[in-house]
Design a protein around this ligand. Structure first.
Ligand code: PEP
Length: 253
């Protein structure tokens, strides 16, 4: 059975004290994670130890970094390596979020390098892909996403690619309040799985979790997560509100 994941992306939000209060509030509310379900909290770098400490011992709950660098170590002032993250106990890293692609010019090739170094250190990437509005309006979103997958992931072996969690995030739906319809999400998720099957075979494609991201909230999570190829969500704005995120966790199949 594929992993179903509710992943919170705090982005560059909250003070340390606000982050602590948010995690305390989330932990205190009833939520049930089945064996195949996970909650992941991608918090700003300085809050990683705090989040690890607060969530220690909670079954199926993980802390993620929001980024890492593509080199092992060295003179890269301001960057954070996979080895550094691993040394403090981090197991997941979000890679290629559209904000990083747009504001920090992360290319498919750079992301391939980041994916490689993560896998070298057994760090699990949550690999983001998704098209901007003009591509969606032109109807070429499948080609756009296929290229992102090909250029950043399809050099991997079948054993490696199964370690990746994919997050499909149509850029026009991120932080805009516009959600892809559950049919649009399912259509793209099925397409991504079909691409994976074409490259690696159906069994591998069936084993890979594909999350949807883009204005997921408590009110739409059950419907979106209920789609056969949607295995949970990567959640920005709604992950900053305890009641919302707990409801999203509880919406996992
Ligand atoms: C995100 O940060 O990946 C995201 C999908 O944001 P939001 O849920 O706010 O659209």
């Amino acid at each position: 059975m594929r992993k179903q994941i509710a992943a919170a992306n705090w982005k560059m939000n909250l003070t340390l004290q606000q982050g602590e209060a948010l995690l305390d509030a989330i932990i205190s509310k009833p939520h049930s994670l089945q064996a195949n379900q996970q909650a992941v909290f991608a918090v700003p770098f300085p809050y990683l130890p705090m989040a690890l400490q607060k969530l220690a011992g909670k079954a199926n709950v993980f802390v993620a970094a929001q980024n890492c660098y593509s080199k092992k170590s060295g003179a890269y002032t301001g960057e954070v390596s996979v080895e550094i993250l691993q040394s403090i106990g981090i197991q997941y890293v979000v890679l290629g979020h559209s904000e990083r692609r747009e504001y920090f010019h992360e290319s498919n090739q750079l992301l391939a390098d980041k994916v490689n170094i993560c896998l070298e250190y057994n760090m699990l990437p949550i690999f983001c892909c998704g098209e901007p509005l003009d591509i969606r309006e032109a109807g070429t979103q499948n080609d756009y996403v296929a290229k992102q997958l090909e250029e950043s992931l399809f050099h991997l072996t079948a054993a490696q690619v199964q370690k990746i969690v994919i997050a499909y995030e149509p850029i026009w739906a991120i932080g805009t309040g516009k959600t892809a319809s559950s049919a649009q999400a399912q259509e793209m998720h099925a397409f991504i799985r079909q691409q994976l099957a074409g490259k690696y075979g159906a069994a591998v494609a069936d084993a890979i979790s594909i999350l949807y991201g883009g204005s997921v909230k408590a009110a739409n999570a059950v419907e979106i997560f209920g789609q056969p190829d949607v295995d949970g969500g990567l959640v920005g704005g709604a992950s900053l509100i305890a009641d919302e995120f707990v409801a999203i966790i509880n919406a996992l199949k």
